[in-house]
Design a protein around this ligand. Structure first.
Ligand SMILES: Nc1ncnc2c1ncn2[C@@H]1O[C@H](COP(=O)(O)OP(=O)(O)OP(=O)(O)O)[C@@H](O)[C@H]1O
Length: 346
């Protein structure tokens, strides 16, 4: 059970700044995801926490203890990275027990801990297999067992599911969350997949070009993003200009914006699922495309110079046709969070 503090971590590679004096605190048992596009510095930050890369400046503390001068093996941090990096010539049990052996843990104790770790990831029956006789998902579960067997203070995940197919990814994602909760280990998880970040995190940190630009719990960040970058990175959204009409802020189709910050806002973010579309021969919009996705139907509608995206459930809805005229309305949110979909953006 541990807290992690990063203070002013900076890193450049030649002229390129990968991290700009980044500070971050992770609470005991918290699951934080770092979400950002390729090249924003996520992996560099993880490597610095793990001790694989040295920062130019800054401090790292676990439970108040400075660790930035320690070599990786003395930081008590568990790593699960994208490539499983299992030793091919060692059995599953030997792979999982390797870190314990390096730490000089007595054989009997180590064997018991390896067996317990393999049970945790449901691979108890696979202890004597070699990695090549396992599926990708099983190999990644071995990597997870190997990371937790050392009873780390902190678990670091760097895109651990990206080599797996979609169904397995969802399954392992859920397993991983359950395991982290059960063990209560403080975790940081890097991804560029917003659905993964939302599914796993207690708190999402959105990174852009070496900085954390916004953070929050998944629901708050999705529904009340402060920046256009976060709004657009966390799923699809419509960023619409705010129009002033008789001193009132309205959406382009004239509907009043009832949001506290609307008075100053130049744009709002409106999620596709928060716009209702009504077939209306006199309506101001024209359907450009209709995509049926099973669980949902997505439409793009031309409205003047704008293109509005909308999403509806795929059940029981007569699909609109390309070329049909429509009018718009924003939905009343079905949850008690108020009118949060209409968020003002700087
Ligand atoms: N060893 C290195 N030498 C030079 N530049 C590097 C090195 N490692 C990273 N960089 C640069 O630092 C920046 C951040 O890279 P980093 O790998 O941390 O990004 P990332 O967010 O993890 O991206 P991805 O999702 O593609 O893995 C990039 O511009 C990258 O090119």
């Amino acid at each position: 059970m541990s807290t992690l503090h990063l203070d002013g971590i900076a890193k450049s590679f030649g002229d390129a700044t990968a991290l700009h004096a980044l500070s971050l605190s992770v609470a005991d048992g918290e699951f934080v995801t770092l979400l950002g596009p390729s090249g924003c510095g996520k992996t560099t930050l993880m490597r610095i926490i793990a001790g694989i890369t040295q920062p130019d400046r800054g401090e790292i503390r676990i439970d108040g203890r400075a660790i930035h001068a320690l070599p990786p093996e003395r930081r008590n941090i568990g790593l699960v990275f994208q490539s499983y990096a299992l030793f091919p010539h060692m059995t599953v049990a030997a792979n999982v027990g390797f870190g314990l052996k390096m730490r000089g843990i007595a054989r009997a104790d180590a064997d018991a801990r390896v067996a317990a770790a393999l049970d945790l990831v449901d691979l108890g029956a696979f202890a004597e297999r070699y990695p090549k006789a396992l599926s990708g998902g099983q190999q990644q579960r071995v990597a997870l067992a190997r990371a937790v067997v050392i009873e780390p203070d902190i678990l670091l995940f760097d895109e651990p599911l990206s080599n797996l197919d979609a169904k397995l990814r969802d399954q392992l994602r859920d397993d991983l969350k359950v395991l982290q909760r059960r063990l209560g280990i403080t975790a940081i998880y890097v991804t560029h997949d917003q659905a993964e970040a939302m599914a796993l995190a207690d708190r999402i940190l959105v990174m852009q070009a070496g900085r954390i630009i916004e953070e929050g719990a998944p629901v708050a960040l999705y529904r009340q993003p402060r920046t256009r970058f976060a709004a657009e990175f966390l799923g699809q959204t419509n960023v619409l200009p705010v129009v002033r009409q008789n001193g009132q802020a309205v959406l382009p189709w004239g509907q009043p914006i009832i949001a506290k910050a609307a008075a100053e806002a130049t744009h709002v973010s409106l999620r596709p699922e928060d716009i209702a579309m009504v077939l209306d021969p006199e309506g101001p919009g024209e359907v450009r495309s209709v995509t049926f996705l099973g669980a949902s139907v997505e439409c793009r509608v031309a409205f003047g110079d704008l293109e509005i995206r909308m999403r509806d459930t795929g059940s029981g809805v007569a699909l609109p046709a390309v070329g049909q005229r429509v009018s718009f309305n924003t939905r009343t949110p079905p949850h008690p969070l108020g009118e949060v979909e209409l968020m003002a953006l700087p």
